[in-house]
Design a protein around this ligand. Structure first.
Ligand code: AP5
Ligand code: MG
Length: 208
């Protein structure tokens, strides 16, 4: 099954993608994670992407489209995948349609107020990628691998506001784009994580 997770920054796309991918045995393809890794490794793509990400802007379409086209050609994607954070513009969605067939688009809905709170409290593990919120943490170590958790650079308050504005201007139009194709299923991302997970499995026709 080839699935897109759509939703604003902080909606829970990454959190839910990890769980759903584990359940379905398919890879999670997060363009944000791929770009952050490229920045860390100082590849040409990473160096080009850094300024956009730091401002909360989108990286140019051509860059991310090439990344996803190459990634989907890998053997582990043959059984299906979850695209987490791609496409994010109508041109990206149009390009994707030329090299992939999408079975479902899950739109994870959360209000802007809740998103701001979530992102300011998010902590991530630089070693294994696990995601937490400070309200559910007792220390500053990753519960899975023990590494010291960090805050993402683009989770600073002013960058979060830009990311939300960019989402409404450039990514929200994809809700209509995929609704018109009959692929859109909306879930409540403000619900507790387990309820959100169950709603996504149901929307995908997978029994819990
Ligand atoms: P990306 O990494 O994709 O960031 P994003 O879309 O802004 O989404 P986030 O990763 O911030 O949020 P999420 O929905 O994954 O939420 P999470 O599960 O972590 O992109 C970063 C940047 O890369 C972009 O700004 C752009 O510059 C660039 N980029 C990436 N893709 C691109 C593309 N296609 N085109 C152009 N540029 C691109 O959860 C958030 C927090 O909430 C966590 O603390 C979590 O624990 C908590 N939480 C999750 N679910 C719940 C719940 N149900 N209840 C309570 N708390 C919850
Ligand atoms: Mg994410």
């Amino acid at each position: 099954m080839n699935v897109i997770f759509l939703g604003p920054p902080g909606a829970g796309k990454g959190t839910q993608a990890v769980r759903v991918c584990e359940r379905l045995g398919i890879p999670q393809i997060s363009t944000g994670d791929i770009l952050r890794r490229a920045i860390k490794e100082q590849t040409p793509t990473g160096l080009a992407a850094k300024a956009y990400i730091d401002r909360g802007d989108l990286v140019p379409d051509s860059v991310v489209i090439d990344i996803v086209r190459e990634r989907l050609a890998q053997p582990d994607c043959q059984k299906g995948y979850i695209l987490d954070g791609f496409p994010r513009t109508v041109p990206q969605a149009q390009a994707l349609a030329e090299f992939a067939t999408i079975d479902a688009v899950i739109d994870i809905e959360v209000s802007d107020e809740a998103l701001t709170q979530r992102l300011s409290g998010r902590r991530v593990c630089p070693a294994c990628g696990a995601t937490y919120h400070v309200s559910r943490l007792s220390g500053d170590a990753c519960e899975k691998c023990g590494a010291k958790l960090i805050q993402r650079d683009d989770d600073k308050a002013e960058t979060v506001l830009s990311r939300l504005a960019v989402y409404h201007a450039q990514t929200a139009p994809l809700i209509d784009f995929y609704s018109e194709k009959g692929l859109l299923r909306t879930v409540d991302g403000a619900a507790p994580m387990d309820d959100c997970f169950a709603a996504i499995l149901k929307a995908l026709g997978e029994a819990e």
